[in-house]
Design a protein around this ligand. Structure first.
Ligand SMILES: CC(=O)N[C@H]1[C@@H](OP(=O)(O)OP(=O)(O)OC[C@H]2O[C@@H](n3ccc(=O)[nH]c3=O)[C@H](O)[C@@H]2O)O[C@H](CO)[C@@H](O)[C@@H]1O
Ligand SMILES: C=C(OP(=O)(O)O)C(=O)O
Length: 422
């Protein structure tokens, strides 16, 4: 198992290129299943999750290739096996995104229930309920969702779907399924994340009729076929936000090329309140930071609120900031796994249910810590960059799920960080 070895205490200066968003690329790879014509996605990040998704859809009979320039070309014309087996699904929850497209195009699908996940139980009941409202018959047997259309029907039918909570991949599954359904689908309580908007824009290029994406009410008029398209994956706001927190913590001056400041308002506001200087414009975000910042309290909520996917990284910053802060996690019931590891580095944190109370300390000291999930890993890297001495972050396969060569990008701006191969 690879590890990261970090010697803390270096300021970061220079330019980092922000990659395409994992959470847009994954649904967009699944959207290619909706058409028999070729699809090209540009700016697809080189991540373990993308490799897993490509393996999953190749196994269905899709011809696809990830090129050196970041393009993925896909041809789902010969798709003949609308199945997502457990072996390929267990490491990546996003594989549930195959369900909507497969059902819409073929009228049947067999998708494994995703495995448990460190950050919470993450059920898929809302996905099932929504697709049932569109006429699908879904049973769960032997760990698989078996989905089909009733005898005599060849297409899903439009429906009004109101989910019990805002769900990002749920909204994406419904939008993709509804694109090929008969009649109108209205999604109430829809997620508004930029990745939803990016997926909607791709589907519209494929011929889908969608309105209201980016708001809580999305209307989709089904069409009977979708064509191929070329689409560029939006920049990863969580990768960008992670680097913003890293520079805010270490001090320095870094330009994040391709970064979308307009997708990170809640995080940028908190960083400014903490004392960092942030400028953003067309295709860049620049962060400058000097001295110790002021700790900031926040609670995670759906977009446009503070993202749960940035909670751990901002907490690392709070650990070495001046003053006390309260971090409330409202989306996932078990997303404080990084806390014990940060404490091993010298942080002062107490957890009370959904709330972590952090007392900022002057310094952290390097130690061996263990990554427990994707963003927890990123928070340990940030802590390692400021800790005195050497920090080893173990189990970074979690990090590789969602960051494209993070250590190389950090090293290029002055961090002392290296990957130690197992
Ligand atoms: C691939 C992808 O885009 N992943 C993101 C997506 O995950 P994901 O789409 O899985 O997260 P959801 O928005 O669905 O989850 C929100 C909440 O709803 C609950 N829920 C969801 C669906 C369901 O059927 N039943 C149910 O109870 C979840 O357990 C969670 O408590 O949004 C999360 C919230 O912004 C992010 O942290 C993930 O990075
Ligand atoms: C939780 C995350 O991803 P996933 O939904 O793919 O597990 C994340 O990106 O932080």
């Amino acid at each position: 198992m690879d590890k990261l070895k970090i010697r803390g205490g270096h300021r970061l200066n220079g330019t980092i290129d922000v990659a395409g968003a994992k959470n847009a690329a994954l649904p967009e790879l699944c959207a290619a299943l909706l058409s028999a014509e070729p699809v090209t996605l540009a700016n697809v990040p080189r991540l373990q999750d993308v490799a897993t998704m490509l393996k999953l859809i190749r196994n269905m009979g899709v011809v696809c290739e990830h090129h050196d320039d970041g393009r993925v070309t896909l041809d789902a014309g010969g798709l003949n096996n609308p199945e997502a087996p457990y072996e390929l699904v267990k490491t990546m929850r996003a594989s549930v995104l195959a369900l909507g497209p497969l059902l819409a195009r073929f009228g049947h699908a067999k998708v494994s229930l995703p495995g448990g996940c460190a950050i919470g139980s993450r059920p898929v009941d809302q996905h099932i309920k929504g697709l049932q409202a569109m006429g699908a018959e879904i049973t769960v047997e032997h760990g698989y969702m078996l989905a089909s259309l009733p005898a005599g029907r060849t297409r899903l039918k439009g429906a009004r779907i109101t989910t019990d909570m805002v769900t990002v991949t749920g909204t994406e599954n419904f939008m993709m399924a509804a694109a090929l359904a008969e009649g109108e689908t209205v999604l109430e309580n829809a997620a508004q994340e930029p990745e939803i908007t990016d997926l909607a824009e791709m589907l519209i290029k494929m011929g889908a009729k969608i309105e209201g994406h980016g708001t809580s009410k999305i209307r989709i008029q089904g069409v009977d076929r979708l064509q191929g398209c070329v689409h560029q994956v939006v920049a990863d706001r969580i990768e960008a936000g992670t680097f913003l927190c890293a520079v805010a913590a270490t001090g320095g001056d870094v330009v994040l090329r391709h970064g979308r400041g307009d997708h990170l308002d809640a995080v940028i506001d908190k960083l400014r309140d903490a004392g960092a200087t942030i400028e953003s414009g067309e295709g860049f975000i620049r962060v400058k930071s000097e001295g110790r910042l002021k700790a900031q309290s926040f609670r995670t909520t759906e977009y446009p609120g503070f993202p749960t996917d940035m909670q751990a990284q901002f907490m690392a910053l709070n650990c070495i900031a001046k003053g006390a802060s309260k971090v409330t996690e409202t989306i996932f019931e078990n997303r404080f796994m990084h806390v014990n590891e940060l404490v091993r580095l010298g942080a002062h944190i107490q957890i009370d249910g959904k709330v972590s109370v952090i007392e900022g300390v002057d310094k952290l000291s390097g130690a061996t810590v263990m990554a427990t999930d994707l963003r927890a890993s990123a928070s340990l890297v940030i802590a390692g960059l400021v800790a005195e001495g050497e920090t080893i972050v173990d189990r970074i396969y979690h990090l590789d799920r969602g960051y494209d060569r993070m250590e190389a990008k950090l090293r290029a701006v002055g961090a002392d960080i290296e990957r130690v191969k197992a």
